[in-house]
Design a protein around this ligand. Structure first.
Ligand SMILES: [Fe+2]
Ligand SMILES: [Fe+2]
Length: 276
């Protein structure tokens, strides 16, 4: 049984099966918060995270160009969409645990660890919810191929905490806020109440993850006397290949502490310019 938060993180990262990974993740999160509530916090400690997390044998991981597209209006299309979200959530579980041991050499306040443990716990719930929906529809996680390369952002920012925060919560998870309402509509039209409820939970909790990213990015910039807006743009241009795609969910992004002047200068303006 691991004794430190960093060891717990490595145990989650090196567990391959999705349901087993999320069970450990939720159990360790509960242990962390119980110890915090009892006034006897567990040590963060040090442990060496793997360069890449362990993953199950299925799904096969394919280049995004080779993942078959299915019509979103069809039952197969909806299963493919749930499967894609499950894959994103499993990756997110690993991303949030990875940040803890990866950057344990940088002194951060206890709230930093609270936020990422809470986010990892929520991603674990999200993965389980998507698996439940897939199984209710006669499928399961692993039944379809999934995108390879989702760990790329983690590898690229392996030695840059501000870069990790800029790219993972503030770009990738913020993108989730942009696209989730459209997904909820797809399932609402199909009368799939379980998927609607699961995606609404995900949508509400993802605002928090983007907010944690923004909070700790601003903290690091403030500690270093760095202007956060140009620094965010510099880091995203350096680590994230390609422009950000409007339309943006400006309201939810603002709720998460992402101001429009952060991300609009990084957007591809052709065709879908800002409509104001
Ligand atoms: Fe999530
Ligand atoms: Fe998230």
């Amino acid at each position: 049984m691991p004794d430190t938060l960093a060891e717990m993180a490595v145990d989650v990262l090196t567990t391959a099966d999705g349901r087993a990974k999320t069970a450990k993740s939720r159990d360790y999160a509960a242990r962390w918060f119980a110890a915090r509530a009892a006034g006897a916090p567990l040590p963060v400690g040090r442990a060496m995270p793997p360069l890449r997390p362990s993953r199950p044998e299925a799904p096969a991981l394919l280049d995004p160009r080779d993942v078959p597209r299915r019509r979103p209006g069809s039952p197969e299309g909806r299963i493919a969409l749930l499967h894609a979200v499950a894959h994103i959530e499993l990756n997110a579980v690993d991303l949030h645990w990875d940040i803890i041991p990866r950057f344990a050499h940088i002194a951060m306040p206890p709230g930093f660890y609270d936020d990422w443990v809470k986010a990892a716990d929520e991603e674990s719930k999200h993965f389980n919810l998507m698996c439940d929906c897939l199984e209710a529809a006669g499928s399961h996680y692993g039944a379809l191929p999934a995108h390879a390369g989702m760990w790329r952002a983690a590898e690229d920012t392996v030695d840059d905490l501000a870069g990790r925060l800029a790219v993972v919560p503030m770009v990738l998870e913020a993108r989730g806020l942009d696209v989730t309402p459209g997904m909820i509509e797809v399932f609402r039209k199909a009368g799939a109440q379980d998927a609607v409820a699961a995606l609404e939970t995900i949508y509400a909790e993802e605002v928090g993850h983007v907010a944690y990213g923004s909070k700790w990015f601003h903290y690091l910039c403030g500690a270093g006397g760095i202007d956060p807006t140009p620094e965010f743009q510099r880091l995203v241009r350096h680590y994230f290949k390609g422009a950000l795609k409007p339309p943006f969910n400006e309201e939810k992004r603002a709720e998460a502490g992402l101001a429009p002047d952060f991300y609009w200068p990084l957007a591809q303006q052709s065709g879908t310019g800002r409509d104001r």
